[in-house]
Ligand binder design. Structure first.
Ligand code: ADP
Ligand code: ZN
Ligand code: ZN
Length: 636
């Protein structure tokens, strides 16, 4: 009998190692097995087949083989655990997620996404032909760069078709299924039952059915958000990462993987091609990838952008020029999209008498006024009634600072009652169904405004949008993060791309900093210039892509032990430039601080940190400290 190295899928770091079991002939790497484990049982993955157990080990037989994943996914998971400093068990659980047993009573099949695209391939333009050729005959990673509406999706579709003809499968990653109904619809319209769709709204039974269709080869194309990168597609030929600039590709809980990096690794392991598509690529991709350039929009120009200087125009959130444009939309019964990246009525309540701003008791942030009656913390969810008097001095003179989406909605209703308003933010559309209904309603209605947070700027393709406006382009710029400028540029450019796709469009950007680089370049649609300058800045500061970052955050009930733990860590880490410890905002009652390493060897730094942290674990437990190591963090 052969023996197998098995990683039990248990989360405890203490047993994060392989165990040897006896298996029957024919069981191979990638088998999902049920094994006796201690006094109970565990699910596990076979990572190697060996002739004999290690000396002194009395290997028990496995109980059963209950499934199978492609061996390359085992390799991918072990690499991921190492690179992101997680455990193999947690990484393997990503590629072999637990699916419940088939129950007698099956859930009704999920309603299929509507089919909103052309079933027949379009006649490609010369740059599209060149891009498809390069992708299907190439190897490695490509950046597919082109304005919104330049034909990127058609390139994906024809590259996939060509891969299918040659017997290969494909994975298409989108930031969020609910925000990408058109892209999903177009893939389905072109490839029908050959497509499996993985999204968070699936029931367990539906998810298992989709995984089975993928594993059996019935569905050769998988569309999904970041975790779809682990789909058990066999003979993978192509990975498409649509809207590659989107921060949601990074998972913010352990394992803190970035699906874009994982896509490149999986493509390399399987000899597949990875294509990263965007109108506003990341500086990282711009610098590193071979670029396939589609140029401007097909059949239309990008809309002119007018910057409104709020230092000179009164009326925030609705300046006079913006109201003017909105009146024209109302007269013509057109459509407009307004972006304000803040929820609620007012981002802060401020006492005019004593200057107090009402803060969350658990976090170092102001409470946000929602619906006039309640104050909410956007970090921890703490909610309280809105006071009528200042809690510090008793004055009734409380000012509402700034504006959120609810206030914008209210002002619009007052100024332009003839326009229908559809609000899109986490309060208004808590569930994916509500989101789908809102997007559908906007599509079908005339004389309508879609207003909301960054959700409104995602890859929607609406026809008939004649006005897009950013209410407050400065919101993101003030963030203490080296990606603040990149994010602001992407948000404005992406929003501008929603307008004028099939009719003349206009874009307004309201700002207090009209000369800020991301705003000025976005107003000219000058992506290349912005990225070139941004890369120069990154190089001067030694930020990604010129170095990797590893971020270590420690949190605890008092600030001193938190900082001391990070000082000790700092003393023990070598081979990297270390920034900090720097205190962060208090969150959920916990004091926090971070150490940021700039390095060419993120795995080495992460594993040094992990070793030091595990040596310090008993002391840290005593002081109630917790630590998180984040490799290639997306925000600081
Ligand atoms: P992107 O993904 O870059 O936003 P799309 O692929 O959605 O661009 O293309 C924009 C629009 O142009 C879509 O309506 C699409 O059907 C159409 N289109 C794409 N390629 C062609 C082509 N070669 N000829 C005609 N229309 C095209
Ligand atoms: Zn006061
Ligand atoms: Zn809070």
């Amino acid at each position: 009998m052969p023996f197998a190295s098995v990683y039990p899928l248990v989360t405890a770091r203490a047993v994060a190692r392989e165990f040897t079991y006896e298996v029957e002939e024919g069981v191979g790497v990638g088998a999902i097995v049920r094994v006796p484990f201690g006094r109970s049982r565990a699910r596990g993955i076979v990572t190697a087949i060996v002739d004999a157990p290690p000396p002194g080990v009395d290997a028990r037989p496995i109980e059963a083989v209950i499934g199978e994943i492609p061996p390359t996914l085992v390799q991918l998971a072990l690499w991921l655990a190492d690179y992101y400093g997680s455990t193999p068990a947690r990484a393997l659980a990503l590629v072999a997620p637990e699916t419940p047993k088939r129950r007698k009573e099956q859930a009704p099949p999920a309603e299929r996404q509507s089919l909103s695209g052309e079933a027949e391939p379009l006649q490609l333009s010369p740059p599209q032909i060149a891009a498809v050729e390069r992708i299907v005959n190439g190897q490695g990673n490509y950046l597919l760069y082109g304005a919104t509406g330049s034909g990127k999706t058609e390139v994906y579709l024809q590259a996939i078709a060509s891969m299918l003809e040659r017997g290969f499968g494909a994975i298409v990653l989108v930031p969020e299924i609910a925000l990408a109904p058109q892209t999903v619809g177009r893939v389905r319209a072109r490839f029908g039952e050959n497509v499996a769709i993985l999204h968070s709204g699936l029931t367990d039974a539906e998810r298992r059915d989709e995984r089975e269709r993928i594993a059996s080869g019935e569905a050769r194309i998988v569309v999904g958000a970041r975790s779809a990168i682990f789909a058990p597609v066999r003979g993978l030929g192509l990975i498409v990462v649509d809207e590659e600039h989107d921060p949601s590709y990074k998972q913010d809980s352990d394992p803190r993987y970035d699906a874009r990096t994982v896509a490149a690794k999986r493509a390399a392991l399987e000899g597949a091609v990875a294509v990263y598509g965007s109108a506003t690529p990341r500086p990282e991709s711009w610098a590193a990838l071979e670029r396939l350039d589609l140029g401007g929009r097909l059949g239309a120009d990008l809309p002119p952008v007018r910057v409104i200087d709020l230092r000179r125009e009164a009326g925030y959130p609705l300046s006079a020029p913006l109201l003017n444009e909105l009146r024209k939309v109302a007269e013509r019964r057109g459509k407009a999209i307004l972006l304000l990246n803040r929820r609620g009525i007012a981002p802060a309540l401020h006492c005019r008498a004593c200057g107090t701003t009402i803060r969350c008791p658990n976090c170092d942030v102001a409470l946000v006024l929602h619906g006039d009656v309640s104050l909410r913390c956007h970090h921890c969810g703490h909610t309280t009634d809105s006071p009528s008097n200042c809690p510090a001095c008793g004055s009734p003179d409380l000012a509402r600072l700034g504006a959120g989406t609810q206030k914008l909605e209210r002002e619009l209703a007052r100024e332009l009652p003839e326009l229908e308003l559809i609000r899109l933010d986490a309060d208004a559309v808590a569930k994916p169904e509500q989101l789908a209904i809102a997007l559908q309603r906007f599509r079908e209605t005339d004389g309508v405004v879609l207003l909301g947070t960054q959700m409104v700027a995602k890859g929607h393709h609406f026809s008939g949008v004649e006005l897009a406006a950013v209410i407050d382009a400065d919101t993101g710029l003030s963030m203490p993060d080296f990606r603040a400028e990149e994010r602001t540029f992407q948000l404005i450019t992406q929003l501008a791309g929603r307008s004028g796709r099939d009719a003349p469009g206009r874009v307004l950007v309201q700002t207090f900093q009209p000369d800020a680089r991301p705003i000025a370049h976005a107003a000219r649609h000058d992506v290349g210039r912005f990225l070139t300058e941004e890369l120069e800045r990154r190089k001067a500061l030694d930020y990604p892509p010129y170095a990797h970052l590893v971020r270590i955050v420690v949190s605890g009930p008092e600030i001193e032990p938190v900082v001391r733990a990070l000082e000790e860590l700092k003393a023990g880490i070598s081979g990297a430039e270390l920034l900090g410890p720097a205190a962060l905002l208090r969150l959920r009652g916990k004091h926090r601080a971070q150490l940021v390493a700039k390095t060419e060897h993120p795995r080495r730094i992460a594993s040094q940190a992990a070793r030091l942290l595990s040596a310090a674990a008993p002391a840290m437990r005593k002081a109630k400290l917790t630590a998180v190591v984040d490799v290639d963090p997306q925000s600081l």
